[in-house]
Design a protein around this ligand. Structure first.
Ligand code: AHR
Length: 500
């Protein structure tokens, strides 16, 4: 007998929305903690199998995510980084001690990962590069030289220096960020002051026309739209995007953020409720862009997002945090929001790729684990460059605890490049499964097949001792009569291809 579902999802493929830029699935790799050194780079002489210093296990796992874009070298680190320290023979590079405004001390004892090494990683991943320049402690000349060093194809002295260092051809710098968090660690500035500085810096970032990076202005944080407003008024035609940073803190209180593991249900729902605020945040910033940039030339680049928990006392390195099923739901709920705003959100980079904050991968010396967030990114690969399809959720359940209520089901649909129609579903309720009836206008669906990620506990996670505790399982459903009903388990992320 057909199952009568509580929730109905109607998809109309005849009314496609915007293309979901693959760069929405971008990553951020900062020189912070073990995010680069150990996490990805071990050096060519390491016993850990590597290719020119980059860990084979980590690079191999990242390839599975089809990482489209990597932002590097920071973050706050970008505004204390001097690129000349990271070129030339590795044994001649200086050591640095960087303290950034967040109080994080970075000892880059070897500067082994510099421009050439970064682009080696980028080439191995087949990703685009988003290089972030130094406004805070750098100069116009230094930044201009870096861009020339990377992009010049002529016989300029910096192009010759690059060739001497082993790279004849220019690097492809797809995007270049001018500073980071200028309101804070990047220099405590006012937006008007930064807007002037940006224009000055950008003016001198010469590059051959065909290889000129797309320039990104560093914007504000959270719901404050002042930076978006000032920069979108002042920098028209000088930027293709303004960044915004928004982290998910379980309690909403940066002093006591909340635990990584062993949290109660109250922090499950507050984390998800806080992450869902991303939707309003995007709407607020987009409303400002629509006012100042009606031609829609400027994108909202959410180039730092993800969960930020209290650091464990025995954390192995700065901002290292475990990652549980809850993080996978956070990732998926954000993906759905980004898809919905695909027209104005062409890029996001999650903080961060390895061993820092909401990471894809955690490492401990030679060991590596894939996190639930990794699996969320993997399951959503078909959404990269897919065409979003609007959907209507009818009779949605709600999930309530105490004073908080959030939608039970979150969904997103798209026509992927492989021609298939994909549907992603999240059930936020940690205790109850939900039946979802799916209708596609003009089509009699035959079934659905894909993957589901769930576990018995809210904080299910993988450890170095038990790296397979949580991973996606195969899922399929058949239509009964003319109805397709999908049972989404409690606390789950699911991505299925619909059989039309
Ligand atoms: O992602 C960690 C830090 O958070 C970044 O360096 C900075 O930009 C932000 O404050």
């Amino acid at each position: 007998a057909p199952v009568f579902a509580a929730v109905t999802i109607d998809i109309d493929p005849a009314k496609p929305g915007a293309v979901i830029n693959k760069n929405v699935y971008g990553q951020f790799a900062e020189h912070l903690g073990t995010g680069v050194y150990e996490g990805m780079w071990v050096g060519p002489k390491s016993n850990i199998p590597n290719t020119r210093g980059w860990r084979n296990d980590v690079v191999g796992a990242l390839k599975e995510l089809h990482v489209p874009l990597v932002r590097w070298p920071g973050g706050c680190f970008a505004d204390v980084y001097h690129w000349r320290d990271g070129i030339g023979p590795q044994d001649k590079r200086p050591s640095n001690v960087h303290t950034n405004a967040d109080g994080v001390v970075e000892i880059d004892a070897i500067n082994a990962v510099g421009t050439h090494e970064f682009f080696d990683l980028i080439d191995m991943l087949g990703a685009d590069a988003y290089v972030n320049g130094n406004v805070g402690t750098g100069s116009v000349q230094e930044m201009s030289d870096w861009v020339e060093y990377m992009t010049s194809d002529g016989g300029s002295p910096l192009a010759r220096l690059r060739a001497q260092n082993g790279r004849e051809k220019p690097f492809k710098v797809a995007y270049f960020g001018i500073g980071n968090e200028l309101w804070g660690c990047g220099g405590n500035m006012k937006p008007e002051y930064y807007a002037n500085l940006y224009s000055n810096y950008e003016h001198f970032l010469w590059a051959p026309e065909k290889s000129r990076p797309k320039m990104i202005a560093s914007g504000g944080s959270g719901f404050d739209t002042t930076w978006t407003d000032v920069l979108s008024k002042e920098l028209k035609d000088r930027t293709i995007g303004i960044s915004v940073h928004q982290y998910t803190v379980p309690t909403g209180n940066w002093d006591i953020k909340g635990k990584t593991l062993g949290f109660k249900e109250g922090e499950w729902i507050s984390t998800l409720a806080n992450t869902l605020k991303m939707d309003q945040l995007v709407k607020d910033h987009v409303a400002v862009l629509d006012k100042n940039d009606p031609e829609k030339k400027i994108g909202l680049m959410i180039d730092e997002w993800g969960t930020w928990y209290d650091e464990e006392k025995d954390a192995k390195s700065a901002l290292f945090q475990q990652n549980s099923l809850r993080d996978a739901l956070v990732a998926a709920l954000n993906f759905h929001i980004f898809h919905e705003h695909a027209e104005r959100v062409p890029m996001t980079t999650i903080a961060q790729m390895v061993n820092v904050l909401q990471a894809m991968i955690l490492t401990d010396k030679e060991k590596m684990v894939l996190t639930p967030t990794y699996y969320a990114f993997q399951m959503y690969v078909p959404f990269q460059d897919a065409t979003s399809l609007p959907l209507a959720i009818k009779d949605n359940t709600s999930y309530t605890l105490g004073a908080l209520t959030i939608p039970g089901v979150s969904a997103s649909a798209a026509r992927a490049k492989d021609g298939k129609l994909y549907l992603a579903l999240v059930n936020t309720d940690p205790s109850n499964a939900v039946d979802v009836a799916v209708n596609v206008a003009g089509t009699e669906l035959q079934g659905a097949a894909g993957k589901v990620l769930t576990a018995a506990t809210m904080d299910a996670h993988n450890t170095f001792q038990n790296p397979q505790a949580i991973k996606p399982a195969a899922f399929s459903a058949r239509a009964a009569g003319d109805k397709l009903s999908i049972k989404v388990p409690a606390k789950a992320v699911m991505v299925v291809a619909l059989e039309e």
